[in-house]
Design a protein around this ligand. Structure first.
Ligand code: NI
Length: 187
């Protein structure tokens, strides 16, 4: 099933998401639907709040980024908790499926240690670095109610304000189905 992707301005994107109870939710099915939704939109990560669900789930598949180290980097993160972010801060221009047409440089730590469950409920604790860490950090921010635009300077935010408001209204160059908070219908 393909979900419409929630656009900037929706309150679900600003909420800290709640823990998932495996007995209450078909996690493998929802994760598969999220991958399908993400691939159609040509994303490398998608978090549950972006499909309107305030729960601690995100999926990543960064193989399309064509970095040797990202080969086979496809994962489901359930109930993730960041343990540590270390190493040097490095800049990279990020984008987000909820904020089409806007990109911006974000500084992030190179290495992370994260605890999570996979789609079958199995516990993991792993270390990631470089681009893999960055993709996870971006998605992890989503389940903490944070967007990459939150890292922008006050000036950059002010300059982007009108464009962000337009996105909330459905004036956006998305090539996938989205749901806009200031429009009643998805398109
Ligand atoms: Ni995003």
């Amino acid at each position: 099933m393909i979900y419409p992707i929630v656009a900037y301005g929706d309150t679900v994107l600003k909420k800290k998401a709640s823990a998932i109870d495996f007995s209450q939710l078909d996690v493998p099915k929802l994760a598969a639907d999220m991958f399908e939704t993400m691939y159609l939109a040509h994303g490398v990560g998608l978090a549950a709040p972006q499909i309107g669900k305030s729960i601690r789930l995100f999926v990543v598949d960064a193989e399309a980024m064509d970095e040797e180290k990202l080969k086979g980097f496809k994962k489901v993160f359930v109930n993730a908790e960041m343990i540590a972010e270390t190493g040097e801060l490095w800049p990279y221009e990020e984008g987000c499926l909820s904020i089409p047409g806007i990109r911006g440089e974000v500084m992030r730590h190179n290495t992370i240690r994260i605890k999570y469950q996979d789609e079958n409920g199995q516990q993991h604790e792993d270390t990631f670095d470089g681009m893999a860490a960055r993709v996870i950090q971006h998605e992890y921010d989503h389940i903490e109610g944070k967007l990459f635009t939150d890292y922008f300077s006050p000036l950059r935010k002010r300059l982007l304000k009108a464009k962000l408001t337009n996105i909330s209204k459905g004036i956006a160059d998305n090539e996938y189905k989205m749901s806009f908070p200031l429009l009643s219908k998805a398109r």
